[in-house]
Structure formats: C-alpha cells, structure tokens
Design a protein around this ligand. Sequence first.
Ligand SMILES: Cc1cc2nc3c(=O)[nH]c(=O)nc-3n(C[C@H](O)[C@H](O)[C@H](O)COP(=O)(O)OP(=O)(O)OC[C@H]3O[C@@H](n4cnc5c(N)ncnc54)[C@H](O)[C@@H]3O)c2cc1C
Length: 330
Amino acid sequence: MDKYQEFKNTIGPLRVFENEPLSRHTYFKIGGPAKLFFEAKTADDFKQALALATKLGIPYIVLGMGANVLVSDNGFSGLVIKNKVDEVKLVGIKGTLGRDGKSIKSAVVWATSGTLMNRLARFTIDEGLEGLEFLLSVPGTIGGGLKINAHFEVEREQFIGNKLQTATVFDTKSGEIIIRKQDYFNFGYDYSKLQETQEIVLDATFRLDVAKNKEALWQAAMDNVKRRNEEQPIGIACSGCVFRNIQPKEAIRLQTPHLTTSTGYIIDSLGLKGEKIGGAEISRHHANFILNTQNATASDVLELIKLIKIKAQQKYGLDLKEEIFLVGDF
Ligand SMILES: Cc1cc2nc3c(=O)[nH]c(=O)nc-3n(C[C@H](O)[C@H](O)[C@H](O)COP(=O)(O)OP(=O)(O)OC[C@H]3O[C@@H](n4cnc5c(N)ncnc54)[C@H](O)[C@@H]3O)c2cc1C
C-alpha cells in the first residue's frame, strides 16, 4: 500500500484531507495545496501523526497558526500537520505559602505547543504571574513562538525563550521524545536551536515570578497591545515583519537615527513604502510588513523580498535576513 494511503487509513480516512489549500491556514492567505493535511487536536493525535509520518518516511511540516510563514504557490507534496493541541495549566509553585498567600515567589506554567501565545499571556496575567504579558495579541502558537523566540521589546529582554524552563520535543530523525532544558535552545534575537535541529515542540513549561500588582500587569499588557495596533497595519493579510532587524554594529556603521536597528526604517529610507508587485504591497504603515492586498501569490511576495534585498545591499551594503520561514515546494 502507498505510504500516504497507509497514513490515512491508520489515522482515520475522514480526518486526513487531500489537497487542502494552505492559503486557508496562513495569516498571509497564501499557499497552494498540501498533498495530505491533518489537524491534531489532542496530544495523542499529534504524537501519533508525528511518529507514523516519521516511520513511513513521509515528508512533513508542522504548522501552528501560520503567522510566520510564506507557503509556496505549489503547496507541499507531503503531509502538513496543523497543531491545534491547546491546553494550559499551573503545575508548580516555589516558595512557601503564607496566610495571606503573598510569600509565593514564583510558579511554573505548563502548556501544549498548540496553545496560542495570546492565551498563555491571558492565563499568566490572570494568575498574577509576570514575564509573558508582552505576548498578549502576538499571533501564533507556543511552538511557532519558541522556534523564532517570539518577542516584543527587545531592549527590555521581552523574549518567550527567557521564561522557558523545559520543553518536550519530538526528534524528527530518531522519533524519540526528549525533555530539553532552556539552555539547550541557545535562544537569541529571532533565533533558537530548533531552526537547526527541526525538532518539534510538544509542550513547554515556563517559570514566572509572582507579580506585585495584577492590575498593573494587565495595564502593561494593554499598553503593548495599543502600541502594536498603532505601529502595525491592522486587518490586512500579512505575516508580521518579513525581515529580522539589522545588527547594532550595522546601525553604528550606518549612523541610523538614534542608532535604530529597525529594518522598517531601512526599507522606508530606500523609498520602497507602497511598492507593489502583483497583489503584494510593502505597507505604507510599517515598511517591514508586506501585505496581501489583492490575491497575492507567494511569487509576488518573493519578488518584493528580492527587490528590498537588492536595494538594501546596493545602498547600504546590508545583507537582510528573512524572519519569515519559507514552507513547501519552492
Ligand atoms: C500581524 C502580525 C504581528 C506579529 N507581531 C509579532 C510580534 O510582535 N512579535 C513576534 O515575535 N512575532 C510577531 N509576529 C510573528 C508571529 O506571531 C510569530 O513568529 C509566531 O511565533 C508564529 O507562530 P505560529 O504558530 O503562527 O508559527 P507558524 O507560522 O505556523 O510556523 C512558523 C515556523 O515554526 C514551525 N513550527 C510551528 N509549530 C512548531 C512546533 N510545535 N515545534 C517546532 N516548530 C514549529 C513551523 O514549521 C515554521 O517553520 C507577528 C505576525 C503577524 C501576522
């Protein structure tokens, strides 16, 4: 029997779709069909699909919310597993509980990797725990967030990886399930070791401090949301920032205003805001966003990316690096 058919039969023919358009599963609303598509709703579903695809030698990709990917117009001639495994709970407290409950200093939160970062933020704020409130309204799942080390204010060290304690990963080569400690991931700006190993995160624990004032936590989180809404284009299909910011040493070399490392500033200064190719457009609001304004294709977006990279190289000698991941058959 064909290995794809075997996968379908084992998981359940009615739960595995053929030729599912991936444009339905990305924030960009771009992407051709997946040969096979499966939505994992429980931890067992997810592990079973990963183990079976690995055993059968089926090429596969895991998608979270598709908020940081550009999927090929050709789609993917393998299996796409969409991770909808969504659970978050408090699993541990450290320190002693005084009568007033105030002596608890930190707590551990456990969540499956398909949990939305927004849900994780809400949960931790509601529990009066600080350290992940900056994730409020950041699109995507914990799994996708750990792969790119999702962040908000970099200068204030607001990275998801900073609060990670452990993560359970599926090793795509051996099929083993391994618990990794935080230092394994080598987190940096827009970087985690997952980008090299291609391990799949199943669940994660985060150690967070008890906040002095829960209301202040909500206020800080809402202030971030307000800032994000002012700075970023709203309501148009896109995948967030397309490029990583430039390095501080490049900002010094170029003497950018206030030594900003913003690639949005660089693209703006190249005069590229509003530039269009096909249905894709460089946002006038935030130049590091490419928008799908009129049924854009992945090729349209790639052409704009190419244009920006060439101009940045010619004018500033900069080698811009993409933040978004290219997925599928390019
Ligand atoms: C409007 C908008 C605003 C944004 N603002 C921010 C922001 O402020 N800060 C920020 O950091 N990001 C921001 N982003 C980017 C995006 O939110 C993050 O990159 C997020 O982490 C993507 O998560 P996801 O689940 O959608 O990942 P996906 O796009 O589904 O996947 C991204 C990559 O992660 C891999 N992956 C997914 N799940 C797993 C897993 N369980 N284990 C291992 N690998 C996995 C995928 O294979 C792919 O390579 C923004 C995006 C949008 C659209």
